[in-house]
Every structure is written in C-alpha cells, then in structure tokens.
Write a protein of this length. Sequence first.
Length: 120
Amino acid sequence: MHATELTGVVAAHIAGVNALDTDAIMATFAGDAYVNDARREFAGTDAIRRWVEKEMVGDKVQIEVREVLDHHGDTIVRGAYTGEFDKTNLPDEIVLSNYFSVRDGKIVSLVVIFNQPAGY
C-alpha cells in the first residue's frame, strides 16, 4: 500500500457525501455495485440509494479525509465521520476505513469498516 491523492470517482463520491447530494453520490456507483456498511450488504442501485438517502444524506454524514492509500488499484480512504447517526458505544472521534473498488470509472464495491487495533 502506498499513499496517494483523492482523485476521480472516489473524490466525486466523498464530495457528494459531504454535499449531502444523493444524486451526486449515486452517480459514482456502477449499476451492479454493492456496499457493505456495518456488516450489512446493499446490492444494486435501488438498495444503495435507500442506504444513501437514510444513512448518509438523512443522517447528515460528513467525512473528513485523513488518509488515502492505493492497494493494487483499489483505494482505501480513512476518514473521520460526523453526523446525526447513533453514536452509542462509539468513541468521540469515529474514523472509518472505506475500501473502494473502481472499474471503468464507477465504484463497483464499497466496504465501510470501523477497524480496531489488533491485540498482537
């Protein structure tokens, strides 16, 4: 893995999230994309749109990008999340890792994980 810049469709996705713009976010996904967020899978644009409307735009999520890594063509974005979502049992600062796979200029998969340090 190596550090890289936030560019292309991933940059457009983060910008759409921060603008609370459902259509801009959806324009970044391929028609057969899937999202896995908090161990829940949303397959296809209809399911992804419902997730975006309720849990991203609806909860006014904002992402402050902290790190961008390239891993064999996939992009990992670590960002501090704020918004009006349930923060029960979460730390004051919530940093999530977003694993993006992009093909032909569209996001085909996005996995969002709240990583924990390894115990060893």
